[in-house]
Design a protein around this ligand. Sequence first.
Ligand SMILES: CC(C)(COP(=O)(O)OP(=O)(O)OC[C@H]1O[C@@H](n2cnc3c(N)ncnc32)[C@H](O)[C@@H]1OP(=O)(O)O)[C@@H](O)C(=O)NCCC(=O)NCCS
Length: 409
Amino acid sequence: MTAGPGREIRRARPEDGESIGPLWTSSFNLPPAWVAKFEERFRPERVLVAVEGDRVLATAQGYATAQWFGGRPLATIGIASVATDPIARGTGMGGEVMRRLLDEARQSGNLLASLYPSTLPFYRRLGFEYGGVFTVHRVLLGELPSARSGWGNDAAADLVAMPEDDEPIRRSFRRLAERENGLVEGLEEDWWRQRVLGRHSAEEPGGTVATDEGDAPEGYAAYRQERLGEAADWGCRVACTHLVAHSPRAAIALLGFFRRFKGVGRELTWQGPPSDPMAFLLPEQTLQVARTWRFMSRILDVPAALEGRGYPEDVHGEAVFAVDDPQFPDNRGPFLLEVEGGKVRVSRADGDDRDGGPPIPIGALSTMFAAYVSPAAAARAGLVDPRSPSLGLFGRLFAGPAPWTPDFF
Ligand SMILES: CC(C)(COP(=O)(O)OP(=O)(O)OC[C@H]1O[C@@H](n2cnc3c(N)ncnc32)[C@H](O)[C@@H]1OP(=O)(O)O)[C@@H](O)C(=O)NCCC(=O)NCCS
């Protein structure tokens, strides 16, 4: 940021809300319903601002989250609200605020950063690369199976209406997160209430349903009814944030439940994995993708992120590698990577006489780490130099489900 009188980057204060509200409204073209809730949602302690005097010129917001890879949750800063006043864009201010946010996040123990980009070059320069996919699926309600039809030998589970913000639902989500890659869970109190459950209101009714066995239900869904078309027309979409099933009887119960909205209800949408296994419960090929958006990730602490992730148990080996990271010198290595039965140890390899080969750009390492792309495909796309000797071992370590997450932030 160009140094000037009264210019600084600092944590936001409650009174900054007055200029942050209009900045976010214009930068993200936000609807009036969002603007009305700004005061309720604004948490100054999450936001970094670049100010000139008392005028806010740029912002970035960080959510405390856990992001799951290989069955383990890693401390991750979920970044949003990256905005610069149009008058100050293109002067390096947004980049400066982002670097400060990443620096502070790393110092406070975050191993990764993830965000939904509206533009790529700005974030690629900061070390981010594709880290997974957000997908909204859509199906007409009449195409859903009835809960009475059963599925194979499985009768549908019983569903109950759940109170919002319920701990069993979170445990059920974690059961999903443990077997997938990339799922992000906010750790602050408002994440589940505002982003996942309880997004309905008097105008948009909805709720949360779940199977009621045990302390982590076999399945759950959080939904709201969104009006389609004019007020005189009663057609609605039943929009789920999460639609999660750990067994066929939970899946059939949830799909059968939403089928009963047929008539006034027209279609069901939910935020699921790109290849959603719910498709196996639909009799015809009627599942469509209504929306898809890639998120980006960046490793903040290379040794700790590699040691913290989970891996397939049958991987063994050793390799030396180096990293090209423009912001964090400690990430550059060279490092010795030792793998024994899926357990990873990373240490400095300065004395090692093996050559780590061409440094792996931090964005390329991040996208391979996320299992978004295999090292071989990354090399074919020109992200990494195929001569890097660690690529084979990384390929075996990072093999796993394609990364995704159900929540947009
Ligand atoms: C995206 C956004 C935050 C970038 O903020 P910014 O303060 O303009 O960012 P920077 O100045 O650091 O970089 C922006 C561009 O200016 C260029 N730039 C930076 N410093 C420069 C300088 N001194 N002289 C000329 N150009 C410069 C950068 O190279 C960059 O180019 P790019 O368009 O190829 O990426 C801003 O455009 C914005 O608020 N957009 C609307 C909201 C939005 O989309 N936010 C992102 C949500 S994910």
